[in-house]
Design a protein around this ligand. Structure first.
Ligand SMILES: [Zn+2]
Length: 132
């Protein structure tokens, strides 16, 4: 567990997170999302890192902790609670609500940079010459 936290703290590309927090908190900013929003993203993209935390800041004033698993992607992270089989699952999106500026980075290739947090990503835009 400690090893995972140390590894994640050493990763510089999580510009979309303003406060990585610690083992007993959820990274900030975050917002609760629906079951379908979580699973649509989770099933579409591959995450780079995963981490388990026992959090106290998302328990809505109740005693005790909420165990969560966090999935870190290139430009955001998602989390789900680990109380499987107990009530309805809870899900969160972690990170900046990006405001992307897209520019050409080559033929059929685009680079996106967020004006708010500085996160960057590149992708095959499949739209050759549209930015010329
Ligand atoms: Zn951003």
């Amino acid at each position: 567990m400690l090893y995972q936290n140390k590894a994640i703290n050493n990763v510089k590309e999580f510009k979309y997170i303003s406060d990585l927090g610690n083992f007993n908190s959820i990274p900030k900013p975050y917002k609760e999302i629906s079951h379908s929003d979580f699973w649509q993203y989770y099933d579409t993209w591959a995450y780079s890192y995963t981490e388990f935390r026992q959090t106290y800041d998302i328990n809505e004033g109740k005693n005790g902790m909420v165990p969560i698993e966090i999935f870190y992607y290139d430009t955001c992270a998602y989390a789900r609670d680990k109380n499987h089989g107990v009530g309805v699952g809870r899900y969160w999106r972690i990170g900046c609500d990006h405001k992307w500026v897209i520019e050409a980075a080559g033929e059929c290739w685009s680079r996106s940079k967020c004006e708010l947090c500085g996160a960057e990503t590149e992708s095959d835009s499949s739209d050759c010459h549209s930015y010329s």
